[in-house]
Write a protein that binds this ligand. Structure first.
Ligand code: ATP
Length: 253
């Protein structure tokens, strides 16, 4: 395990039936940093992200070889408690997906499922999570109202609060701002900077400016392979692989 790596893939291959979508990924993701996964459509970014909390278990005919270590333990092992894994490695999706219930109940959902909390503890946890997702002030007077009445950007921050409420170590984000307007995008980008004080964030983004703005590390994927990985500033200023350079200068993808 590399120093400070909270997640590490070793020779990770993933097959959808006969199609090899990940072709031997080796990567060490540092703790309490933002790691961006970039690359053209279909290169395997989302597949890799989903492997990190076993979301691909839900897809039929998937076969995975190699290792995906979380705190040094292979999460692909049969004996892993997947529910617990997904509590520790939360996920935020491209389209905000609040549950059709109140704002409060959305955030309290995970904690209610995972533990026995008093009303007071739950109230505190809900407030802390909503504050952590920078949406408390906007919703504190309407906690019992439906989450579906929020704007898209607010819904996405609520989904982040919902993910935070079960006190995860890692947040996986699959293009979390691609369905949002520029103002909401900026709010989430600002929020991410706060989040990395307490959490490790891995984000898939199509937006290279976004990767350059917010991430500490960047991984460039192409056709199922990890082409280049390193500190974001270096990768953008001084790409080592000509394919990385072609991609970040907009010559394909
Ligand atoms: N459920 C699935 N069944 C079969 N093939 C799949 C499945 N999901 C993804 N693939 C294939 O695996 C490859 C990688 O897809 P993936 O969604 O990981 O790429 P991506 O880089 O995230 O793309 P995008 O940026 O468009 O979301 C693609 O060729 C895709 O068609």
């Amino acid at each position: 395990m590399s120093e400070n790596a909270i997640l590490q893939a070793k020779d990770l291959h993933l097959y959808y039936g006969e199609t090899e979508a990940l072709k031997g990924i080796d990567i060490a993701i540092p703790e309490k940093k933002i790691t961006a996964l970039i690359g053209p459509s279909g290169c395997g970014k989302s597949t890799f992200l989903k492997t990190l909390n076993r979301m691909n278990d839900l897809v039929p005919n998937v076969r995975i070889t190699g290792e995906a270590l979380f705190h040094g333990k292979n999460i692909l092992d049969k004996d892993v408690d997947v529910t617990d894994l997904r509590r520790r490695i939360g996920m935020v999706f491209q389209k905000p997906n609040p549950f059709p219930m109140s704002i409060y109940d959305n955030v309290a959902y995970g904690p209610r499922l995972h533990g026995n909390h008093s009303k007071k503890e739950l109230d505190e946890l809900v407030e802390k999570s909503l504050r952590g997702a920078a949406i408390w002030d906007e919703v504190k007077d309407r906690l019992k109202k439906s989450a579906l009445g929020l704007s898209g950007g607010q819904q996405q921050r609520l989904c982040i609060a919902r993910a935070l409420a079960v006190q995860p170590d890692v947040l996986l984000m699959d293009e979390p701002t691609s369905a949002l307007d520029p103002g909401s995008t900026l709010r989430i980008e600002d929020l991410m900077d706060e989040l990395k004080k307490d959490y490790t964030v891995v984000i898939v983004t199509h937006n290279m400016q976004q990767a350059a703005r917010i991430s500490d590390q960047t991984a460039f994927f192409l056709l199922g392979s990890l082409i280049e990985y390193g500190p974001t500033k270096e990768l953008f200023a001084n790409p080592k692989n000509p394919k990385t350079e072609e991609y970040i200068t907009g010559r394909f993808g």
